[in-house]
Write a protein that binds this ligand. Structure first.
Ligand code: 6PG
Length: 249
């Protein structure tokens, strides 16, 4: 498939195989990141699609990830308590973090305990800047890998179509409200300026309901420009891992 420049498409037989391929790539990138910078910065996505990947990283791939040098961040978070069933942090903790030997200081969740939500977003941004900018050797990229999903409306992280957050050119994290019907409404999301500084971005997208939007993005249709998932760029490359529910070979 001729995907837009800077974007690659990897078609696997199903989501499980896509997750496995991403896990393999994370092992490779983690090894080189640690050789080059002494740490591996992985920016997690939320929702349900990455559950299988996180389970693989905590299970079959557990010994192949350098957990003591791995740092976890969240591309977005629902503004709910960390133990709320809708929390992206809780999902990652249950499927992966609680099962791997990662030091607590390496886990960088969105501070959803701060109020109001704008203060939580500002704190997260400060934390990100302190981590990436005020370090001995500032690096071009921020995250070695950012994992992203895509909603049926083409949103990614919590960047929704038409959101003013898409026009943000300076802030790295902002408070947003999801459009009607998407629960929970209040969220904190990273913005394109920081997401697009990831070295690699891997989309994991599966499910018939996402096919039309995903195909328009992967084919570089003009109509896809409206979708936040089409606005994502990476320093090295953006790779979409899909299966026949989205795209047949
Ligand atoms: C979130 C996610 C969001 C997610 C998509 C896909 O907080 O919901 O960050 O961007 O990746 O909505 O969600 P599913 O994987 O559940 O389809």
């Amino acid at each position: 498939m001729d995907a837009p420049a800077g974007m690659k498409v990897r078609i696997q037989k199903d989501l499980e195989q896509s997750s496995r391929k991403v896990a393999e790539r994370l092992v490779e990138i983690a090894a080189s990141a640690i050789r080059e910078r002494g740490r591996f910065c992985l920016n997690l996505s939320g929702g349900s699609t990455p559950r299988g990947l996180y389970g693989l990283l905590a299970g079959e791939f557990r010994s192949r990830i350098p957990w003591s040098r791995t740092h976890l961040f969240w591309g977005d978070e629902r503004y709910v308590p960390k133990d709320d069933s809708r929390s992206n942090y809780r999902m990652a903790r249950e499927t992966m973090i609680s099962r791997v030997p990662i030091p607590a200081v390496n886990i960088h969740p969105v501070p959803v305990e701060e109020t109001p939500v704008e203060a939580a977003a500002e704190s997260y941004e400060k934390h990100l800047r302190d981590y990436f900018v005020k370090r001995e050797k500032p690096i071009a990229a921020t995250f070695d890998v950012t994992l992203l999903g895509m909603g049926e409306d083409g949103h990614t992280a919590s960047l929704f179509p038409g959101s003013p957050a898409l026009d943000e050119t300076k802030r790295w994290a902002v408070a947003v409200r999801a459009p009607g019907g998407i629960e929970p409404p209040q969220r904190i999301t990273m913005t394109l300026p920081i997401l697009n500084r990831s070295n690699f971005i891997f989309f994991l997208v599966s499910g018939e309901k996402k096919r039309t939007v995903a195909l328009s993005i992967l084919k570089g249709k003009d109509s896809s420009a409206q979708y936040p998932s089409a606005m994502v760029r990476a320093v090295a490359e953006v790779v979409w891992y899909v299966d026949p529910s989205i795209l047949q070979e």
